[in-house]
Design a binder for this molecule. Structure first.
Ligand code: CO8
Length: 257
């Protein structure tokens, strides 16, 4: 298993545990996250969920680039659509979901954190959508959710430069709710917050999540445009160059082809 589910009191924790690849999301991890949320949704005793990454270095450093590099356009579109469904399931989850971001939250990792309701980041956390370095764009809803959280101008700047934001800057921009010194403090804060919410009426919390999300609207056109553009880029030479360069640990030389 690459995803560990644990329960303490009325809080369930999902830990993505693939430290050798900085907890990157391969298809197995995605499917295990889906199963974890599905099983927690049936647990009456769980009143809140924490999602985090194993270790201190990474929350999730993105989709698994080695796996992505061999996908066809059709496979990439299918996987992106599956990810969209899963991340929207998390965004609509009827119980509060806190992302405890303990290190790198890049690409799909940043998208996973953004799908959660609340984000707590450790001081060493780094956020970013660096897909442009691979000849790609975000494919798990990042173009939409980053824009919702930080506004169009900053979202475009971050996604076009691929720059990483530190935890404090991410908090300034509204991407992160709270910054804590380390993972232990993050666990304590997440537990405190979720325990407080657990004392409120559960049905009211569920309706609150539904209402806030309805106001944002699941802008289907935006998510669909992302999937189509993401898939299209799998047919380009720049995508081959970008992913090859990552695996060869060098800077990519893009030609716009
Ligand atoms: N995928 C696969 N392996 C990874 C990933 C990743 N995203 N990130 C890190 N790793 C691996 C490295 O290859 C390395 O493995 P090895 O030891 O075998 O060489 C190991 O993890 C440790 O990483 P580094 O040695 O690179 O550690 P550093 O501290 O030097 O650097 C970084 C850390 C800066 C985080 C660096 O690893 C990095 O840049 N990683 C890639 C980040 C990235 O580009 N993420 C975006 C990926 S694309 C994406 O998320 C698209 C989402 C939509 C997908 C839709 C699916 C269809």
């Amino acid at each position: 298993m690459l995803t560990i589910v644990s329960h303490e009191g009325n809080i369930s924790t999902i830990t993505i545990s693939r430290p050798s690849a900085l907890n990157a999301l391969n298809q197995q991890v995605l499917s295990e996250i889906k199963d974890a949320f599905a099983s927690i949704s049936k647990l009456h005793s769980t009143r809140g969920v924490v999602v985090t990454g194993e270790g201190e270095k990474a929350f999730v450093a993105g989709a698994d680039i080695k796996e992505l590099s061999s996908l066809t356009k059709a496979e990439a579109v299918e996987l992106s659509q599956k990810g969209h469904q899963l991340f929207q399931f998390i965004a609509d989850f009827p119980k509060p979901v806190v992302a405890l971001v303990n290190g790198f939250a890049l690409g799909g990792g940043c998208e996973l954190a953004m799908a959660c309701h609340i984000r707590i980041a450790t001081e060493n956390a780094k956020f970013g959508l660096p897909e442009v370095n691979l000849g790609l764009i975000p494919g798990y809803g990042g173009t939409q959710r980053l824009t919702q959280l930080v506004g169009r101008a900053k979202a475009l700047e971050l996604a076009m430069t691929g720059d990483m934001l530190n935890a404090k800057d991410a908090r300034e921009l509204g991407l992160v709710n709270h910054v804590v010194a380390n993972k232990q403090e993050g666990i304590e804060l997440a537990n405190k917050m979720l325990s407080k919410i657990a004392q409120k009426a559960p049905l009211a919390i569920t309706e609150l999540i539904k209402s806030v999300n309805a106001g944002f609207g699941y802008e289907k056109a935006g998510y669909e445009a992302e999937v189509n553009s993401f898939g299209h880029l799998f047919t380009t030479k720049d995508f081959i160059e970008g992913t090859t360069a990552f695996m060869e640990k060098r800077t990519a030389n893009f030609k716009g082809e």
